[in-house]
Design a protein. Structure first.
Lengths: 275, 226
């Protein structure tokens, strides 16, 4: 009786694999995995993404960030009114966009966590909150620098600035809450509640602050993103937004992984202490 | 269905009555909250060097700062006291609807803060000599307090579970209630010196109260679940 070389459970690689040149094989394996997943219910395409996706993402981030820096300083024209100072807009606006995206992610992940009770959603929420808080801090700093030169003041209580500042306070509170409650399930639930309420609060906040300031003179800011903005300005802004989106995704991935590692480590420690 | 509703309100009032009796016997919170609110009003008087020409601009803000600070004292106590005596676990073991628990704690907090406000508003009107004691002050104070208490009750339960509850509660609640503070201060200011074309501040307060009452009531069970 002949003993089978492979146990019946392991998926056999397609015969074509062996006949292909060595450098083409990973690509073929990816295609084959998507085409014929070994386990039909686990989407097999994830495996190569998990393995190489990070490097692709890192490379794409480096390339687009460098491109955005080059475009902001060399490619985009100098603003007629503000001069070179206006170039900070490309970073400021892109950062602001990602900061709001981050808190939307926190909101969605918090809802998903309370609904599904899967701790991975909690890690996502926490990762997005951490990176989002850093980005919001940078938004406030770049805006303050820009305002110092253009408006002649470091800070103005206009609706957008005030709302961003309050948003920052809410999410610093979120991170404080997380550090006070530690890595507990009740802490994760409380943080998810804050993640939801904090996000719902932002539009009401914006409305109230706008009303609050309607009777006061508002600053006229030539933002350079009116309809007449030249195509080079718009494309630079788009590349900057893309660059920061990729950077945000990459940082989130790293923080997510750290969250997972810390959770696993804590669980192991608890088990060792029990035994 | 009818019985469910009756049981819900019975549970709610039983918890409120328990908290009220505790407070009436111990008198820990009410006296200190009221003293604190009045003290804040007095300190503001020195801090801004109030005179006839600037009191109308600063006064309503001082009143609401006093209310919000005093509320934090009371809000922090309600859940922390339960936690310290270990009675929260027993309360959760009872077949009580979690929403009834939230509503009871919220109404209890409203009564606590309301008593303080009944004392503080006349004192404010007297020492700031502002014509604020009109009929309109009642809905403004009520709506503003409801907004603060709706968020505050939820986060007092969150903070009670942590090590640093006294510090954490205002850090979490203050940024969230900014719309309430703006709305309430502006509405009170309109009583003292009416502004033409004022935005509908009362409407903002109502909208905030409705939204945050519903979200807090929905999410409260997640916070206290063990």
């Amino acid at each position: 009786m002949q003993v089978a070389k492979e146990s019946p459970g392991t998926p056999t690689s397609p015969p074509l694999d062996q006949s292909l040149p060595r450098w083409l094989r990973p690509a073929w394996r990816t295609v084959a995995a998507v085409w014929r997943p070994a386990r039909p219910y686990a989407f097999a395409a994830w495996r190569p993404v998990q393995r190489y996706g990070e490097y692709v993402l890192a490379a794409a981030t480096v390339v687009t960030v460098l491109a955005a820096v080059w475009m902001a300083f060399k490619y985009a024209p100098t603003d007629a009114l503000q001069g070179d100072v206006q170039r900070i807009e490309y970073f400021h606006v892109a950062l602001a966009w990602i900061a709001f995206l981050a808190f939307f992610v926190v909101f969605l992940a918090s809802v998903a966590y309370l609904w599904r009770r899967d701790e991975r959603w909690d890690w996502i929420a926490r990762a997005a909150a951490e990176v989002g808080t850093v980005f919001t801090t940078l938004v406030l700093i770049t805006g303050s620098l820009w305002g110092h030169i253009i408006w002649g003041t470091w800070w103005a209580w206009d609706a957008r600035l005030t709302t961003t500042l309050i948003l920052w306070f809410i999410y610093v509170g979120y991170l404080l809450l997380r550090s006070y409650t530690g890595r507990s399930e009740s802490g994760a639930r409380a943080a998810a509640v804050l993640g939801i309420i904090g996000f719902v609060d932002v539009p009401i906040d914006y409305l109230s602050v706008t009303w609050w300031r309607t009777l006061h003179p508002s600053y006229q800011v030539p933002l350079g993103q009116t309809a007449q903005a030249p195509a080079s300005v718009v494309s630079t802004l788009l590349v900057a937004v893309l660059a920061f989106t990729l950077l945000f995704t990459f940082l989130m991935l790293l923080v997510y992984r750290m969250q997972r590692a810390q959770s696993v480590a804590q669980r192991l420690r608890a088990r060792v202490e029990l035994e | 269905m009818m019985n469910d509703t009756r049981a819900f309100w019975q549970q709610t009032f039983a918890i409120i009555w328990k908290d009220l009796r505790c407070e009436l016997r111990a008198r820990q919170v009410w006296v200190s909250m009221a003293m604190f609110a009045v003290l804040v009003l007095v300190v503001f008087n020195f801090a801004f060097d109030l005179r006839v020409d600037n009191v109308a601009a600063v006064g309503p803000g001082a009143l609401w700062i006093a209310f919000v600070f005093a509320s934090m004292l009371g809000l922090g106590r309600t859940m922390a006291a339960e936690q310290e005596h270990g009675s929260l676990d027993r309360l959760l073991l009872c077949p009580v609807d979690r929403k009834a628990l939230y509503l009871a704690k919220l109404l209890g907090n409203l009564i606590f803060i309301g008593v303080v406000e009944v004392i503080a508003v006349p004192v404010f009107a007297a020492i700031y000599s502002l014509p604020i004691l009109t009929g309109m002050i009642v809905p403004i104070v009520l709506l503003g307090t409801l907004g603060v208490a709706a968020v505050g009750t939820l986060f007092s339960a969150v903070a009670a579970n942590t090590r640093a509850r006294e510090v954490l509660l205002p850090l979490l609640v203050f940024p969230l209630i900014v719309p309430v503070v703006i709305g309430a201060v502006k509405a009170s200011q309109a009583l003292v010196s009416p502004v033409p074309n004022d935005p509908p501040w009362i409407g903002l307060l109502i909208a905030f109260d409705v939204i945050f009452l519903s979200i807090s009531a929905i999410t409260f069970p997640y916070v206290i679940e063990e």
